[in-house]
Each structure stands twice: as structure tokens, then as C-alpha cells.
Design a protein around this ligand. Structure first.
Ligand code: ADP
Ligand code: MG
Length: 271
């Protein structure tokens, strides 16, 4: 079994792009499973009221299940709502129920409304190598909470014509959060998703994104692959549903790059 290097400190990664359907949830689920299967302790925080990450990890998230809403609004500790993901050792998920749909409005009037998730995660230190936060397709207070809680932003970009449109808005928000709320925040990782190598367009979009974001863009590119889209209906990631598929092998490569980049950062060690 291949082992991916574990980081010295917890890496909190916010998976964000306000466009829907670009592969945020798919990326969150598959990277989390890949890292967990290879020796890392991983927490997925489902921050989308649709609960797709919870569904994809087969974690119960019907009404009444303690969820991320309870952490954000009722300050319930994270460890009371995190569930073990069945079949994947070292992987936990804080699910989202439909209650979360109200949080965007309810957060407006609570104290420290932008840093509720950051506090919840900080209150539970040292348990995880990675925390992945799956954001909703908007730039509201839920996404702001994710940006305040994270050190890194991972932006999945779908290889289609309007791929870069709207990214400015996301980058502006990231810059605002960095200036006012979370100086450590950086866009560390761009992942190209749903790549269709039969089209010249996909190639052009890839060149555009690489020119624009340089080495933040992972070498690994996720192809459009039907096994990836089938997996959630079996309550699985593609990593376990069909480990030999091109979808699974490319998510494995992406996870490995992320793990290796994490330890390349200079770390001051005591002699
Ligand atoms: P988001 O979370 O950004 O809204 P999703 O991860 O839910 O996006 O992906 C949108 C849709 O595209 C889903 O139905 C998903 O199964 C499908 N999908 C995502 N990545 C791939 C892929 N590499 N190949 C085929 N289908 C994919
Ligand atoms: Mg999603």
C-alpha cells in the first residue's frame, strides 16, 4: 500500500468556486478518500445545504441528524457531529442537513458570524492531517466561514468555455478575507476537472488556466469519466467504486501531488 506523506500540521483546505457543477463536491470526496486510504486522517466538512458530500460519503444527513448547522449556529462541538465514514478508516464527515439552508440568513445576526467555522475547527486541534470544506455554489456567509477557517483554497475549474469567468469575483473575495479576517489564506491549488481530451477547447482552457495561475495548477487533470458520476449513487467515491478507472487514478495523482506539495513548504525544526 502506497502511503502519502502526512503534513506536520493540519491543512485546512476550502474547496470553492461559486459556479455550480464544476466538481467541488466530487473533488472534495475523492481527494479525501484518496488521502485517507493512504495513511492520512481526514475530515470532510459539508458546507452545502444540498448535502452532496454527505450523500457521496454515505453519511446519514436527514433532518434531525446533528450537522454543521448545529456547529455554526448552536456552537455544538465538531466532535459531537462528526461521523465516521463507513468502510474508509481515518475518514470522518461533518454532514449537512437541510437545516443548513437557513444558516446563510441566521448567521447575519450572530456574534462573530464570519468565524464560526474557524472556531469550531480550532477547538478540535491535532486530530486531522486534512480538513476539506466543501463549499456551496455562492459567495455568501457560508463560503466566507470556510475562507476564514482555511489556510488554503483549492479551486476546481471545469474545462469549458466560460471557465475563467466569475473567478475574479472569487479571487476578490479571497483577497478581502485575507486583508480583514484571515491573513494566512492563500489560493494554493487549482485542479482542472471534467477534462474532455477530444476537444481542442479543453486544451485551450488548460493553457489559459496554466498561464494565469502558474504552478498552483496541479499537473494531474481530472478527465470526464462516467465512473466518477456513477459512484455517488452507490454511496461511494470513485476511489472505491472503480479504483482502476481513469477518474480514480487521476484523483489519486492529484491527492499525491497535494500531499507532496504540503511537505515541500519550509518547516523550521528543532535540532
Ligand atoms: P459542484 O459541487 O461544483 O456543484 P459536483 O462535484 O457535484 O460539482 O459535480 C457536478 C456533476 O458533475 C455531478 O453530477 C458529478 O457527478 C459530475 N462530475 C463531476 N466530476 C466529473 C468527472 N470527472 N466526470 C464525469 N462527471 C463528473
Ligand atoms: Mg457541490
Amino acid at each position: 500500500e502506497v502511503t502519502m506523506p502526512r503534513p506536520e500540521r493540519t491543512r485546512v483546505m476550502c474547496v470553492a468556486n461559486q459556479k455550480g457543477g464544476v466538481g467541488k463536491t466530487t473533488t472534495t470526496v475523492n481527494l479525501a478518500v484518496a488521502l485517507a486510504l493512504h495513511g492520512n486522517r481526514v475530515l470532510v466538512v459539508d458546507l452545502d445545504p444540498q448535502g452532496n458530500a454527505s450523500t457521496g460519503l454515505n453519511v446519514p444527513h436527514h433532518t434531525g441528524v446533528p450537522d454543521v448547522y448545529d456547529c455554526l449556529i448552536n456552537t455544538v462541538p465538531l466532535e459531537e457531529v462528526a461521523q465516521e465514514v463507513e468502510g474508509i478508516p481515518n475518514l470522518w464527515c461533518v454532514p449537512a442537513t437541510i437545516d443548513l439552508a437557513g444558516a446563510e440568513i441566521e448567521l447575519v445576526s450572530v456574534v462573530a458570524r464570519e468565524s464560526r467555522l474557524a472556531r469550531a475547527i480550532a477547538a478540535y486541534p491535532g486530530h486531522f492531517d486534512y480538513v476539506f470544506i466543501d463549499c456551496p455554489p455562492s459567495l455568501g456567509l457560508l463560503t466566507v466561514n470556510a475562507l476564514v477557517a482555511a489556510q488554503e483554497v483549492l479551486i476546481p475549474i471545469q474545462c469549458e468555455y466560460y471557465a475563467l469567468e466569475g473567478l475574479n469575483q472569487l479571487i476578490n473575495n479571497i483577497n478581502l478575507v485575507r486583508q480583514h479576517l484571515n491573513p494566512k489564506l492563500e489560493v494554493s491549488t487549482i485542479l482542472l476537472t471534467m477534462y474532455d481530451r477530444r476537444t481542442r477547447l479543453a486544451d485551450a482552457v488548460e493553457q489559459d488556466v496554466r498561464n494565469h495561475f502558474g504552478d498552483k495548477v496541479l499537473q494531474a487533470v481530472i478527465p470526464r469519466n462516467v465512473r466518477v458520476s456513477e459512484a455517488p449513487s452507490y454511496g461511494q467515491s470513485v476511489m472505491t467504486y472503480d479504483p482502476g478507472s481513469r477518474g480514480a487514478t487521476s484523483y489519486f495523482e492529484a491527492a499525491q501531488e497535494i500531499a507532496e506539495r504540503g511537505i515541500k513548504e519550509p518547516v523550521i525544526r528543532n535540532a
